[in-house]
Design a protein around this ligand. Structure first.
Ligand code: FA5
Length: 345
């Protein structure tokens, strides 16, 4: 049979097939190792150059043509199969849906609230790596080797990697920010921190910190810091104002340094942020940035700056009256359900 006739027959057959398996089987009869067209290609070797060019061109045209027909038929068959499947597996869109939607965890919700608020206030929202070097976590923060402050934050070191650790505080993001950004600088960073602390009602080996930093070549004083802290805590607790207590303290990277407590009361077992309360809860540390920290970041203009670092879990526990930090992590769906309705996402 002439190749042209065989081609026409082949095309007709392909176009009559309804399954991919059949198409594949038929395809190999024409294009396979011993297929009709392949045998024609083998004849090229005995032809002279001129005939070879002519016949070769003809065979390639046929090959392209049948390949196109095969591909089109495959597409058609697949479409028909899908249409059939969609018809058979009809989805009843009138069926009622499962009405229980998920919600953010209260920690995630608080992180989003704070980030949105401070972004709107013009602060940069920055992140830093959780696996840090000693330089960013300690050295640049004016905590030299063998300084007792290194022991106060019991550190997880990464085995086999020199001077590498899980960051114990978000203060390392201060250093990265001051190295990279121009002054004036206002930034917030929220992230996970790690300490080799025993898990109990108020301590977890992994917890979140919120770091704030403001640096300017124009004067900034401790009054500005207290003002910012009061606004920050009132915002977190969603109250008009709060009463904070500032206790002198020591952090190598701030001078002077202070510990910040918030006044609250307990009514019928419920915690209430209350300026007239009789209890105080420690939220974190703060102070004016130490000149050595500016120097470690390569800043020579002797600017002014304040920084603060609060534990997020402690804030959230106080806000929602949660007594045990472990309930924030033990993946009990009832916690999400309980707080779902009061969260502002
Ligand atoms: C710091 O980590 C300083 N970097 C804070 C700071 C920043 C001071 C900027 C000055 C300027 P401290 O070790 O006190 O400080 O930790 C801060 C807060 O983290 C604590 O007050 C507490 O709220 C929280 N925190 C500390 N350890 C844990 C823990 N194991 N579990 C839960 N929260 C913790």
């Amino acid at each position: 049979m002439e190749i042209e006739t065989a081609t026409l027959d082949f095309i007709k057959t392909i176009q009559s097939l309804n399954t991919i398996v059949e198409i594949d089987a038929e395809k190999s009869k024409f294009l396979g190792k011993n297929g009709i067209l392949t045998k024609e290609f083998k004849k090229l070797s005995v032809l002279n150059t001129e005939e070879k060019v002519m016949f070769g061109k003809k065979l390639n045209t046929i090959k392209n043509q049948v390949e196109e027909v095969i591909n089109n038929q495959i597409k058609l068959v697949k479409k028909l199969e899908l249409d059939k499947k969609l018809k058979e597996e009809n989805v009843d869109i009138t069926l009622p849906i499962n009405k229980e939607f998920g919600s953010l965890h209260i920690l995630s919700n608080e992180i989003r609230r704070i980030k949105n608020e401070y972004k709107a206030k013009g602060f940069l929202i920055l992140d830093g790596p959780e696996v840090e070097t000693e330089f960013f976590n300690f050295d640049a923060l004016n905590i030299p080797k063998y300084h007792p402050a290194r022991q106060s934050q019991d550190t997880f070191y990464i085995e086999d990697f020199d001077e590498t650790l899980l960051r114990t505080q978000t203060s390392c993001v201060q250093i990265r920010a001051m190295q990279e950004k121009q002054l004036p600088l206002r930034m917030i960073s929220i992230g996970k921190t790690y300490r080799n602390d025993q898990l109990d009602a108020t301590h977890s080996p992994m917890f979140h910190q919120i770091e704030g930093l403001v640096v300017d070549n124009n004067p900034i004083n401790i009054g500005n810091l207290k003002d910012e802290l009061s606004k920050f805590v009132a915002f977190v607790f969603e109250v008009d104002s709060v009463l904070l207590r500032f206790r002198p303290s020591f952090f190598p990277f701030t001078e002077p340094s202070m510990e910040v407590d918030c006044c609250y009361s307990k009514e019928n077992g419920n915690i209430k942020i209350n300026k007239n309360g009789d209890k105080w809860l420690e939220l974190g540390g703060a102070g004016m940035v130490h000149p050595n920290v500016f120097r470690a970041c390569g800043i020579t203009t002797e600017p002014y700056g304040f920084a603060f670092g609060f534990g997020l879990e402690r804030l959230v526990m106080l806000k929602y009256g949660i007594n045990d930090i472990r309930s924030l992590y033990d993946t009990d769906i009832r916690l999400l359900r309980h707080y779902k309705s009061i969260l502002i996402n």
